[in-house]
Design a protein around this ligand. Sequence first.
Ligand SMILES: *[C@@H]1O[C@H](CO)[C@@H](O)[C@H](O)[C@H]1NC(C)=O
Ligand SMILES: *[C@@H]1O[C@H](CO)[C@@H](O)[C@H](O)[C@H]1NC(C)=O
Ligand SMILES: *[C@@H]1O[C@H](CO)[C@@H](O)[C@H](O)[C@H]1NC(C)=O
Length: 404
Amino acid sequence: MKCILYLTFVLCSNIFVTSGRFLIQDAHISVPHMIKAAGYPAEKHRTTTADGYILQLYRIPGGRREKENFKTSTKAKEAVLVMHGIFGCSTNFLIMGPDRSLGYMLADAGYDVWLGNLRGNLHTAHLNLTRDNPKFWEYSFHEHGKYDVPALIDKVLAVTGLRRIMYIGHSMGTTSLLTTLALRPEYNDRVLAFVALAPAVYFDHMKSMAQVFIKTFSISDFLRSQGIMSASLKPELQDRLVANICSVKHSKDNICTLLLQVIVGEDLEQTDEDVTMQLMARIQPASWRQLEHFGKIALTSRFTSWEGGILGPVKPYNMSNIKVPVLLLYGENDQVAEKSQVMRLARELNTSGIVEDVRPGCSWPKFNHVDFLFAKDLGTLLNRPLLKRIRKLFNKYGLKISIA
Ligand SMILES: *[C@@H]1O[C@H](CO)[C@@H](O)[C@H](O)[C@H]1NC(C)=O
Ligand SMILES: *[C@@H]1O[C@H](CO)[C@@H](O)[C@H](O)[C@H]1NC(C)=O
Ligand SMILES: *[C@@H]1O[C@H](CO)[C@@H](O)[C@H](O)[C@H]1NC(C)=O
C-alpha cells in the first residue's frame, strides 16, 4: 500500500509544472546559515539524552545591531529556551523573518535565544538507532518531558553559566515542559517562568475523533503493520508534493492550506501565501505514539501517562509538582488547543502553582493554532506585546538570576 500511495503521488505530481523548486531548496538550508543570512550571529550546540538521542540546539546570542561585542556581553544576558510543537522544529520561530518571528525578536530585545529540538524531528538522531528502526519511534511527549527537555535545559545552563532560564513553548512544546516539571520537580528551580503558547494538554473536544481514528480503527497500528513507522513522508516525496500541490498562490484555492486549516482553525486572512510552501516543506516527522498519547488523553479526559498504552491504566501526571509561574495564551479560533481546554488547564495549575495570567494571545478573533508561529501579522499581533510580557516576567521572577 505504501508503494501504491507513493507511486500515485509521484505520477500525479509529474503532471503538474514544477514551479516551486527554488523555495524548496531554501527550506533545506542549515539553521545557522539561515540565522546568519538574516543578519544575526548563530551557534550550533548539541546534547545527548540519558537514553541516547542526540538533539541539536541553535543559539542566537545577539541581535542584529550587536555585531562583535555580543561575545563579551553574553554571560550576563537573560536566556530563553524556545520549544516547538508536534510536526515542528526550531525553525518554527525563525521562518517569518526578523520583524515577525519570535527567535529574532527576542534576540533584538537583548535576550540570549536558544531554539531547542525534540526527538524525532530532522535535527535529532540517536546514538545507536536509525530512523528505520521501529525502536527509534517508541516515544511520545512523555519522553520529550522526561529526557529531552531536561537535557536541553541543562545544556543551556552549562554553556551560559546561568542558574535559571525562561522557557517558551508552543503546543506540544508546552506539554513537554509540564511533563518535565511533573516527573522531575527539581527542574522547577531551573526555569524562572514559563510562557505557554496554545498549550496542548486537554482535548475533550476531540474525543469523538480520537474514538474513530485510534480506538475503533487503530489506524496507526494498521500503518505500522504496513511498515510505515512514523507520521512522516520520505523527504523527496514531501518536496515533490509541496512543490507541485502546495504551490498554488492563493490560499483559498490551495489544497494544502485548506487541509491544514480544517485541523487548526480557519484563518485565511492571516495566511501568508509567500511562506506556505516553506512551511509545508519543513513539516517534521512525528511518532505514531505522539498522536496516540494525545488520543489517550482525549479519550480519558485526563492528563495521563502512556503507561500500558491506549487501553492501559489512567495515571495522571502530578500537576501539584508544577510550581513555575506560567503565562497561558490561547487563540480564540484554535481548534487544537481550544479555549475551554486551556482554561481548564489554567484552573488546575493554579490550585497549587502560580498562574500569572490566562488570556487570548491577541485580539484577532480568528487566531488559530499555527498563527502563533506563522500569522501574516505575527510581529504586531502577537510578538511585540508578548515581548513586554516577557520583560515583566523577567523583572518579577528573574531577580535571583546569577551565575552558578
Ligand atoms: C549504544 O550502543 C553501545 C555499544 O553497543 C552501548 O554500549 C550503549 O549502551 C548503547 N546506548 C544506548 C543509549 O542505547
Ligand atoms: C503529588 O505531588 C505532591 C507534592 O508536590 C504530593 O504531596 C502528592 O502526594 C503527589 N500526589 C500523588 C498522587 O502522587
Ligand atoms: C489563581 O488563584 C488565585 C487565588 O488562589 C486567584 O486570586 C487568581 O485570580 C487565580 N488566577 C487565575 C489566572 O485564575
